[in-house]
Design a protein around this ligand. Structure first.
Ligand SMILES: Nc1ncnc2c1ncn2[C@@H]1O[C@H](COP(=O)(O)OP(=O)(O)O)[C@@H](O)[C@H]1O
Ligand SMILES: [Mg+2]
Length: 387
């Protein structure tokens, strides 16, 4: 909280506050009751767009615009915040309140603090641009589609971590080494984020390109620095595409050296305290040798979505957007054979996009049918291989 209210103009909280004050000023200048309900239905449009209330105003700044602004601020929703302020500025300009519109835009132009979720929020300089970076976890485990054979052990690990004190009082350590395998786009990175979210700890992602140097001595020094840092934090330490290291063993003429790097890495992972949850991900489990597998207490497979999962995905989408898609979810799921969850996500995003652009009078049934046809005709790895 103190950070939120800091008077530093680059501070997010401070800037929200300033914009809020400015908005109030606009209200006052227009004689609009800021917290009252503004009754001007003729000039107001409130539309429900795929589950989200959008308010358009053709005249005075309104209480709902202000409410949008505050909601966007409190939820850290930069996009809604910007579009609301832009709408206010446009309105003011239309009413020939140029200076006020300028001031609103001016405030908006100030550099925004880096976006979050789950982008980088901090980098640790390891002399070569940082050995790892921190991502802010935003996804809960509930938001991820996981088979119970995956979800249950993950929930157990989370519980063991959360109740580690009790376990330790019996001389037992919680589990903390996880290996995720599966084709791209099926939630490996998202699951690492979900674990960090549930544990309310930071997610540190290792940057191999910064860790692996041209000289072995260099690399082991950096590895040591990385692990020294990690062990002093309660965190999730994420090694993505773990097989790249393994693969390099065969590719390089310095095979022996890389081999030593990998074994040193594995030894260090072994030696990590249990408050560091190590999550490693690989698209090519077959490339990892036994020495790697053995290290991990949880070894989980994240496969492509099944038909039942696709049905569940579209059911959730329908309930999120608050409307039927004009085609039964079962039919849709059987026609849209997604290679991975990421494609399901993209498809639904496409539907939303086209729906919004077709307003008013958007025909959801037609949009879904068009999307299906377009996705069918896409070039993919399979089609590309045939050419
Ligand atoms: N099992 C899943 N449940 C929900 N969303 C998923 C799932 N798998 C992937 N996604 C979505 O697809 C995108 C890519 O997922 P990601 O975790 O980066 O895949 P991977 O790391 O396995 O390549 C993410 O934006 C995520 O929201
Ligand atoms: Mg990934």
């Amino acid at each position: 909280m103190p950070q939120l209210l800091s008077m530093d103009p680059t501070n997010v909280g401070f800037r929200w506050l300033m914009t809020f004050a400015l908005a109030l000023e606009v209200m006052a200048s227009m004689g609009t009751p800021a917290f009252g309900c503004v009754a001007a239905p003729a000039r107001r449009q409130s539309v429900d767009i795929l589950g989200r209330k959008a308010h358009f105003s053709t005249a005075m700044p309104r209480a709902d615009l202000l409410v949008n602004l505050v909601r966007a601020g409190s939820q850290g929703d930069q996009r809604t915040f910007r579009s609301t302020v832009e709408a206010m500025a446009a309105e003011e300009r239309a009413k020939r309140h140029g200076p006020l519109a300028d001031r609103l835009e001016e405030n908006l132009r100030q550099p925004t603090p880096g976006p979050k979720a789950p982008e980088v929020v901090r980098s640790f300089d390891g002399g070569h641009g940082g050995l790892l970076y921190e991502m802010e976890p935003r996804r809960s485990l509930d938001s991820i589609f996981l088979d119970s054979t995956v979800l249950q052990p993950v929930r157990e690990l989370v519980e063991e971590q959360q109740r580690a004190e009790l376990l330790r009082s019996y001389g037992i350590e919680p589990r903390h080494r996880v290996l995720l395998a599966g084709p791209p786009g099926n939630g490996k990175t998202t699951l690492a984020e979900g674990i960090a979210f549930e544990l309310m700890v930071p997610l540190f992602v290792v940057r191999y390109e910064a860790v692996v140097g041209s000289f072995l001595g260099e690399t082991s020094g950096r590895l040591k620095r990385l692990f020294d840092f990690a062990r002093t934090h309660h965190c999730v330490l994420f090694f993505d595409e773990f097989d790249t290291l393994g693969k390099e063993r065969g590719d390089t003429h310095e095979t022996g050296e890389i081999k030593r790097v990998v074994s040193s890495l594995l030894l260090q992972i072994d030696a990590l305290p249990s408050h560091v949850v190590v999550v490693t991900a690989t698209n090519h489990a077959e490339l990892l040798d036994r020495a790697v597998w053995r290290r991990f207490q949880l070894r989980l497979d994240l496969p492509a979505p099944t038909l039942a999962q696709r049905v569940a995905w579209f059911e959730r989408f329908e309930s999120e957007v608050g409307m039927a898609l004009g085609i039964s979810v079962k039919t849709l799921a059987s026609r849209f054979v997604a290679q991975n969850f990421s494609e399901l996500e993209q498809f639904c995003l496409d539907v939303r996009r086209r729906y919004v652009l077709a307003l008013p009078g958007a025909d959801i049934k037609r949009i879904v049918a068009d999307r299906l046809a377009q996705w069918k005709g896409r070039v993919g790895p399979a089609t590309a291989a045939k050419d």
